[in-house]
Design a protein around this ligand. Structure first.
Ligand code: PEP
Ligand code: MG
Length: 323
């Protein structure tokens, strides 16, 4: 299948209406990096740093992490890499961390919630990222922000580490961009001031969908009832797109849906300009985008919504098949 799309590798994901979408890839292991070249991704939109913690038997040392992040950036050869800070807890349990029993781990003590309490681990990770980036651009993204203060605290911690590292004589990154993952409906309703504090925002569609529909993403039985192309979910996505556009905050979408061609194309029609997905999805997503008129698709979506259609999948599938 990869061969089929090889000819598209160096072509932009430009739709027939002229809009170009940036396609990035998701990664988490060193072994993923060669795909950056092979897939034609413009960068890594989501580097899941917890994978490095999950494959070990103890907390990695700062020097080990810094060396690893340096190699990731070296291998990206100047393409941007967005590092997401640890998202442990929920389905990702560290073998060496004391496990606390929680009735609903996905809604429990995970991600930024752990980082802001076990501050030493997050601080160490941030220091490693800063050291790895010396003289290069650094992008850091905090996961699972449900309340703006969590983002403000994470951001303040990062800026404090930056000062600390500079005081210790380390060469600082040439630029630092700090972002939040929008994975809970609450954040979509945060005040404008929050959006203004973000250098970028990435929609974590997997979690956002599970919390929007109150349907466990790990539970096939309930998960399958809810469609990404249902009008309520797309209305939420569009609201986020419009808020970010109004406040001039770069927005991306990095859940699994970004790698599904039909879903990805609908996201692009709603105004998403950056999508991050598994590398193997870049070709198929690009192929569909390149033969779609996103403006016409948006008009179809608007017309269907006005008619009271609750799920756009049938209409969108028909439209894309005709195109
Ligand atoms: C998401 O929730 O959509 C996401 C990208 O993060 P993860 O799948 O790692 O929770
Ligand atoms: Mg998530």
């Amino acid at each position: 299948a990869q061969k089929r799309y090889a000819g598209l590798r160096d072509l932009p994901a430009t739709a027939t209406c002229g809009t170009t979408v940036r396609l990035l890839m998701n990664a988490g292991l060193m072994a993923d990096l060669p795909s950056l070249e092979g897939s034609g991704a413009e960068g890594v939109g989501l580097f899941r740093t917890e994978l490095q913690f999950l494959i070990r038997t103890r907390v990695p040392k700062r020097s080990e992490l810094a060396a690893l992040y340096r190699r990731v950036m070296d291998n990206a050869r100047g393409k941007p890499v967005i590092f997401r800070t640890l998202d442990i807890g929920s389905d990702k349990v560290l073998p060496y961390m004391k496990r606390i029993d929680e009735p609903n781990p996905a809604m429990g003590w995970r991600a930024i919630r752990v980082g802001l309490e076990k501050r030493g681990v997050l601080q160490m990770q941030l220091q490693a990222l800063i050291r790895a980036a010396e003289g290069r651009d650094l992008h850091v993204m905090f996961p699972f922000i449900a309340d703006c203060d969590e983002y403000y605290e994470g951001r303040a911690m990062l800026l404090a580490q930056l000062e600390r590292e500079a005081a210790l004589g380390h060469v600082p990154p040439t630029s630092l961009r700090i972002g939040a993952m929008l994975e809970t409906p609450s954040l979509a309703f945060a005040p404008d001031a929050f959006f203004r504090q973000c250098d970028f925002i990435s929609i974590g569609g997997n979690d956002l969908k599970q919390f929007f529909f109150a349907a466990d993403r790990e539970n096939e039985r309930v998960r399958k009832r809810y469609d990404t192309l249902s009008v309520p979910f797309l209305n939420l996505v569009e609201m986020i797109v419009n808020r970010c556009a109004a406040l001039d905050v770069p927005l991306s979408f990095c859940g699994e849906d970004a790698g599904r061609p039909i879903e990805a194309t609908v996201m692009a029609a709603l105004g998403l300009k950056t999508l991050s997905m598994r590398p193997a999805s870049i070709g198929p997503v690009k192929a569909l985008l390149r033969r779609t008129d996103l403006r016409a698709l948006h008009a179809l979506i608007d017309a269907e919504r006005a008619r009271g259609t609750t799920n756009l999948r049938p209409a969108v599938t028909r439209f894309l098949a005709e195109g």
